[in-house]
Design a protein around this ligand. Structure first.
Ligand code: NDP
Length: 314
């Protein structure tokens, strides 16, 4: 077991973490970036990225993250593959403990742990994960070429996933628990107009149905929440698109979180309630959630950490 110290400790290696690392390294803070459970973050589970500035044509999410990490390493970031299981933010330097017992201490801490897709939480969901049930159409849609899929949810993600899947699947059914969507109107209009799309309203997925040997999804059991009627609906694939949960479990009780458990940062800043602790990317952003905004706040966090250290006389 070892102890590593840095002026800037960065948790998370998505667009926010990598950008914070690049800026912190170039400011001579000799940053340490700890990967976490999903190295590279959410962009590693997307395919085409065409809205990250700087590329004429679409680039692949995993490739983009590989480049960001290489850039962070190239300018001097030390990168560790570890999962932090405990943090102590009660005094400086802040202490984070990895699951193997290694200890990382930072004069400042940049939290860039991102957010994870939310699941329905019914037992059969786990059974069929990877065998028909997915939370990422851009990652897994390809497997359902010319097949019938359902998308669960009524927000922008659900509508985007459903529209994306129309490029691959033969039939796309959106299942929503209420009788109206919360997605933007323009997306709704495109969805309702699409000849491959139908919508089942007021319905919840009670169970994912399928075969056991081999494990394979064949459909969903639905309950109409207005009439209580139960029915079965054929589906080769099911995409759960019901929002995200910020990865803040480690910080509860130490960092101020909002009602949805996102880290609260001062407007126009990445500062948290703890001086010297900054938050960047999706862990503090439930509105934009874009790679470019995550990168932007990662940059802000590193600049703010640098200023904090200067003011603290480091
Ligand atoms: P949202 O929180 O906006 O929507 C989640 C949807 O899932 C809601 O329709 C909700 O239903 C439904 N839902 C939640 N829990 C359950 C459950 N247990 N069972 C069934 N349905 C459930 O999440 P999104 O991921 O769609 O979007 C998050 C944020 O990101 C939003 O601000 C959105 O605008 C933004 N976004 C923007 C995009 C863009 O601009 N291109 C793309 C994607 C997201 P109900 O409506 O009944 O609450």
């Amino acid at each position: 077991m070892a102890t590593y110290h840095t002026k800037a400790l960065i948790l998370g290696s998505g667009a926010a973490g990598c950008t914070a690392a690049i800026y912190a390294a170039r400011a001579s803070l000799e940053p340490i970036m700890v990967h976490g459970m999903q190295p590279g973050g959410q962009l590693t589970i997307t395919s085409d990225v065409e809205n990250f500035p700087g590329f004429e044509h679409a680039v692949q999410g995993p490739w983009l993250m590989e480049q960001m990490e290489k850039q962070a390493a190239h300018v001097g970031t030390k990168i560790f593959h570890d999962t932090i299981v405990k943090v102590d933010l009660s005094k400086r330097p802040f202490t984070c403990t990895g699951d193997g017992g290694d200890i990382y201490t930072g004069d400042t801490l940049i939290i860039a742990t991102g957010a994870s897709a939310r699941w329905l939480g019914i037992p059969s969901e786990k059974t069929f994960q990877g065998f028909g049930v997915s939370a990422c159409a851009t990652c897994d849609g390809f497997f359902f070429k010319n097949k019938e899929v359902v998308v669960i949810g009524g927000g922008n993600s659900a509508v985007e996933e459903a529209l994306y899947l129309t490029n691959l699947a033969s039939k796309v059914t959106l299942i929503h628990r209420r009788d109206s969507l919360r997605a933007e109107k323009i997306g709704q209009e495109r969805l309702f107009k699409h000849p491959k799309v139908s919508v089942i309203w007021d319905s919840a997925v009670e169970e994912f149905l399928g075969t056991e040997n081999p494990t394979n999804l064949t459909g969903v059991r639905l309950k109409n929440l207005k009439t209580d009627a139960v029915s079965e609906y054929k589906a080769d694939g099911a995409f759960v698109a019901i929002g995200h949960t910020p990865n803040t479990q480690l910080f509860t009780a130490q960092v101020t979180l909002d009602d949805d458990k996102y880290i609260v940062t001062r407007p126009g800043s990445t500062t948290t309630n703890i001086p010297g602790v900054f938050a960047a990317g999706d862990v503090q952003d439930k509105i934009f959630r874009q790679a470019v905004t995550a990168a932007g706040t990662g940059c802000m966090a590193a600049l703010e950490a640098e200023r904090f250290l200067l003011a603290a006389g480091h």
